[in-house]
Design a protein around this ligand. Structure first.
Ligand SMILES: NC(=O)c1ccc[n+]([C@@H]2O[C@H](COP(=O)([O-])OP(=O)(O)OC[C@H]3O[C@@H](n4cnc5c(N)ncnc54)[C@H](OP(=O)(O)O)[C@@H]3O)[C@@H](O)[C@H]2O)c1
Length: 266
């Protein structure tokens, strides 16, 4: 593990700003919430489970963090989150579009319902959410999607992601044109991180190969030039930068946080 616990800080200009943080109760979204709060921002955390949200709010401090229980793939989620923005934040400077990942499986193994649900989770829900929230954004605001390295190269046995995430990369490009100049839109693409999601994918790989989870993770880490899984703050600092005014001329890009896993040229 690198010495990344206390990296040198630069002032991102986030003091007093307010953000919606999708998937903010744990994993990568929670790490982004941590970064934003450390930088002096307020966050509205969105996830389905109320108890985990309440715990995250307690840890971040109720003067900095607020909870909004919603399933982003559900038709009424956008309205629920928009109402919570009005009630809790009062202003909106940016949105982290993030949620859980679609199910593992190969194209023909996934059922029609799994394909439909995955679309609602990864594409439909985020579009509805942005339709409701973008009008609330102030000038100089920023939207950041968490996508996946599957937008650059298919991930074995993760076809819902392999098919739908490149569509999200297209959505980022489209919105970066359509919402400019008032709002910037970018994405960060994680490689492998040992969050709950990362561990569940490692368990699936271990079962498939008939090896231990530790051995499966060691094999997958071996594909990464930096030789290890990422630590969530290593992605979160990147996302916080893109959400901040410090990235004021960065629009329509996808940035990988993958330790060099994708070897292809851009
Ligand atoms: N970790 C990795 O290595 C990796 C690699 C590539 C891509 N990604 C992608 O990055 C994103 C975040 O991953 P992660 O590792 O942080 O996952 P995670 O540890 O499973 O956390 C997911 C977060 O999203 C929330 N969530 C899940 N489904 C939701 C829904 N339908 N509506 C609203 N909130 C929802 C979860 O809370 P609730 O369950 O309470 O809703 C939780 O807060 C995912 O899309 C994942 O596919 C991760």
């Amino acid at each position: 593990m690198p010495d990344c616990d206390k990296p040198p800080r630069v002032d991102l200009g986030l003091e007093g700003r307010a953000f919606v943080v999708g998937g903010g109760s744990r994993g990568l979204g929670r790490a982004v919430a941590d970064e934003l709060v450390v930088e002096g921002a307020k966050v509205l955390l969105v996830a389905r489970d109320q108890d985990s949200l309440d715990e995250a709010v307690r840890e971040l401090g109720p003067q900095h963090a607020y909870a909004c229980a919603a399933d982003v793939s559900a038709p009424d989620a956008a309205e629920t989150v928009a109402a919570a923005v009005d009630a809790e934040l009062g202003r909106l400077d940016g949105i982290l579009v993030n949620h859980g990942g679609p199910p593992a499986g190969r194209t023909f193994e996934l059922t029609d319902d799994q394909w439909t649900d995955s679309f609602q989770l990864v594409v439909g829900g985020p579009i509805r959410l942005l339709r409701a929230l973008v009008p609330k954004l102030g000038d100089g605001a920023s939207v950041v999607f968490i996508t996946s390295w599957s937008i650059r190269e298919p991930v074995p046995n993760l076809d819902a992601s392999n098919v739908l995430r490149p569509g999200v990369a297209g959505l980022v490009k489209v919105l970066a044109q359509e919402l400019a100049p008032g709002v910037r839109v970018n994405s960060v693409a994680p490689g492998r991180f040992a969050t709950e999601r990362g561990m569940s994918l490692a368990r699936t790989r271990a079962e498939e190969k008939g090896v231990s989870v530790e051995d499966a993770m060691a094999e997958m880490a071996g594909d990464i030039p930096l030789g290890r899984y990422g630590d969530p703050p290593e992605l979160a600092r990147l996302a916080a930068f893109l959400l901040s005014p410090a990235a004021s001329y960065v629009n329509g890009v996808n940035v990988l946080a993958d330790g060099g896993l994708i070897a292809a040229l851009p």
